[in-house]
Design a protein around this ligand. Structure first.
Ligand code: BES
Ligand code: MN
Ligand code: ZN
Length: 495
């Protein structure tokens, strides 16, 4: 369950709640809320700041109990770092730290005054939304396939109130919808690939459609994909015993005649590499290779809950890339739905093969913009690391809109060039195009491959290979780029 959120205008020293959260900057600078708590308690905070117990360092926090003159039983003091350096990212980090501590305490609710902090260039609505999303992200925990050893806290943390004017209420409601989209994407990403198969993803999309009015879902089965001529998608699928599904979701939030926005997400439920098999070390992380599909489904869910006044279509090819006896071979030539032929020189470059057919398919809706999302290349992780999503587009305006949505939500992307100069790397003597472009600029040549299937459309590609999940045994899907996508759609929706 997502956290519940509320707003309050109570003063920090007077709030009736098990815990209030206030911030303290480094160099002995309390925030306004901390000052009020300090004054009510006869200088309790000032003494702790003076003694060095409250350093104010970013990423630290201290829990104080039973301060005299303060109604709340607990005061959680969160370090904010240097005041002159305090910005949107540091605000988000402080919110993360507060939520991390709160979820470990035996209390059901708390009131945070962090939303009263001055954040350069951001308003109250932004602060409330960011704080709510950060808190819910901290509260999320994957438990679908095991029973956690630690007993749940009683009571369990479930409601967070923010100090903000009533005018921030719509932002809070929006945050709840976005948080659900993020959770949906994370949960699908985290589920193991023996559970989260193409059929499972398809069933989740159908369930979403049943549960929400105005949503239509269509699942295209293998036979229909064959009729449509999706030879590239089917080539990837043929090595697996789990049949492929093409998930199509439609949301009608505007007049029927209005062209939809289109989201297309890579849904490789497990990527072994196929016959060009991957090394076993780290292969388990390839269960996250459907995070593009999960991301567009999560963004779609949020858009529906926000009842965005636009039409939206979401297409997610769901396929497993396995090296079965019927698997495609390096040097196979497949014919895509677009008619172009592709020489499959590496069966591990499968994402572009399922996406190219999905990108052709979605054009039947004549979308006003197409955005695809994919854990497409290791090269993108080499180029940008784990912090920025790779953005590629030939449309400068669309690229700018997406970059802005990323900055607004701190779910940031960074643009790479999609110049035709790189296209020659995809040439081959055996088909219209090869599916790999050699060792240089791997993220870009993957984008160039997709560009050949989106000509004449406003199209952008988001490579989330680095940003979709955190590495390691306990690494989890992040839900990126759901915040970016939803912000982009909110900015496009009327009224
Ligand atoms: N799913 C992978 C990309 C990937 C790798 C994402 C590592 C995150 C971490 C994709 O299908 C893939 O295997 N790409 C190849 C392309 C290459 C064969 C041209 C890659 O990046 O190595
Ligand atoms: Mn691959
Ligand atoms: Zn892949």
């Amino acid at each position: 369950m997502t956290l519940q959120f509320g707003l309050t205008q109570q003063a920090p020293e007077a709030a009736i709640t098990p815990c209030v959260v206030v911030g303290v900057y480094e160099d002995r600078v309390p925030s306004a809320a901390a000052t009020r708590v300090d004054q009510a308690s006869g200088g309790a905070l000032a003494r702790l700041i003076e003694s060095g117990d409250l350093s104010g360092k970013l990423g630290t926090s201290h829990l104080l109990f039973a301060l005299p003159g303060v109604k709340a039983a607990r005061v959680l003091v969160v370090g904010l770092g240097e005041q002159k350096k305090f910005d949107a990212l540091r605000f988000q980090r402080a919110c993360n730290e507060a939520a991390r501590v709160l979820k470990g305490l035996p209390l059901a609710e708390a009131v945070s005054y962090l939303t009263e902090l001055e954040v350069p260039g951001r308003d109250a609505a932004w602060k409330v939304r960011t704080a709510a999303l950060a808190s819910d992200a901290q509260a999320y925990r994957y438990t679908a396939t095991f029973k956690p050893k630690d007993k749940p806290k009683t009571p369990e943390f479930s409601t967070l109130h923010f100090a903000a004017p009533e005018s921030a209420a719509p932002a809070l409601a929006a945050a709840g919808a976005i948080a659900e989209g993020v959770r949906f994407a994370r949960e699908l990403g985290n589920l193991p690939p023996n559970i989260c198969t193409p059929a499972y993803l398809a069933a989740q999309a159908q369930k979403l459609a049943h549960e929400h009015a105005g949503v239509r879902c269509e699942i295209l089965e293998e036979a229909e994909l064959r009729k449509l001529g999706m030879g590239a998608l089917l080539g990837v699928a043929q090595g697996s015993a789990n049949p492929p599904k093409l998930i199509v979701l439609e949301w009608r939030g505007a007049a029927a005649g209005e062209k939809p926005y289109a989201l297309v997400g890579k849904g490789i439920t497990f990527d072994t590499g196929g016959i060009s098999i991957k090394p076993s070390a780290g292969m388990e992380e390839m269960k996250f290779d459907m995070c593009g599909a999960a991301g567009v489904l999560g963004a779609f869910l949020a858009a529906v809950q926000l009842k965005l006044k636009l039409n939206l279509v979401c297409v997610a090819p769901a396929v497993e890339n396995m090296p079965g006896g019927k698997a495609q071979r390096p040097s196979d030539v497949v014919t895509t739905m677009s008619g172009q032929t592709v020489e499959v020189l590496n069966t591990d470059a499968e994402g572009r093969l399922i996406l190219c057919d999905a990108l052709t398919y979605v054009q039947k809706y004549t979308p006003q913009a197409i955005i695809d999302v994919a854990t497409l290349t290791g090269a993108c992780v080499i180029a940008l690391g784990k912090h920025a999503t790779g953005l590629m587009s030939k449309d400068d305006a669309l690229a700018a809109e997406l970059l802005a949505a990323g900055e607004a939500t701190l779910d940031r992307a960074w643009r790479l060039p999609l110049w035709d100069d790189y296209q020659s790397q995809l040439e081959t003597g055996y088909a219209d195009i090869a599916n790999i472009g050699g060792k240089y600029a791997g993220a870009i040549t993957a984008g160039c491959f997709l560009a050949r299937f989106t000509e004449g459309y406003r199209w952008a590609h988001l490579d989330i290979a680095g940003t979709a999940w955190e590495e390691g045994r306990k690494g989890s899907a992040t839900g990126r780029p759901v915040p970016l996508l939803v912000q982009y759609l909110m900015d496009r929706a009327e009224g």
